[in-house]
Ligand binder design. Sequence first.
Ligand SMILES: N[C@@H](CCC(=O)N[C@@H](CS)C(=O)NCC(=O)O)C(=O)O
Length: 205
Amino acid sequence: MTTYRLTYFDVDGGRAEPIRIAFHAAGIDFEDNRISFAEFQEMRKDMRFNCVPVLEIDGAAVTQSNAVSRYVGNMAGLYPHDDLQALYCDEALGAIEDVSHSIVRTFGLEGEELRVARETLVDGWLSVFLRGLGELLARGGGEYFADSRLTVADLKVLGLTRWLRSGMLDHVPTDLVQRLAPELIEHQQRIESDPHVVAYYASRS
Ligand SMILES: N[C@@H](CCC(=O)N[C@@H](CS)C(=O)NCC(=O)O)C(=O)O
């Protein structure tokens, strides 16, 4: 039997979360190898691209969260078979990667430097991004990003919406999503109450 080991931080979110939920939805056992930030600093030099998540399939490592989300999503029935719908799904996955990188670039800044960087981000790229994401949701019919059903794109967007609304990001107003793309709030509620997502978090508690 194929073995799967997913290494990522010990957080219920981030780049590994759609992969974890998809494994659970597929009914496939995997080792959820959660590491601390200190452990990551020790391990990262030995990791390809020095990044997590890493999925080991029978011991062989694969990186790049979107590629892994598609792979496991496919096994879970959470990735479209239709090429155009798959493209729509990929567009949302790629957009979330872009915005995640722009937010991560402000990590480590402090005080005034952080405030200016975050406010610039909020007024600029983050606003462009949220409006664009709203367009993608409308194109998908308003409820899901692709295929008129839950896909890994919805799971990845859910993580981002939660993060932006959480208050964890200083100088990013928690009502930003509500103001610029209120449809994403309804999307968050829809995905959080999806049976696959509910079942995954029930299995965690
Ligand atoms: N394109 C990669 C990016 C991975 C990435 O940036 N991972 C973060 C954690 S979410 C990381 O390892 N950051 C550590 C670093 O870049 O120093 C992917 O999607 O997997």
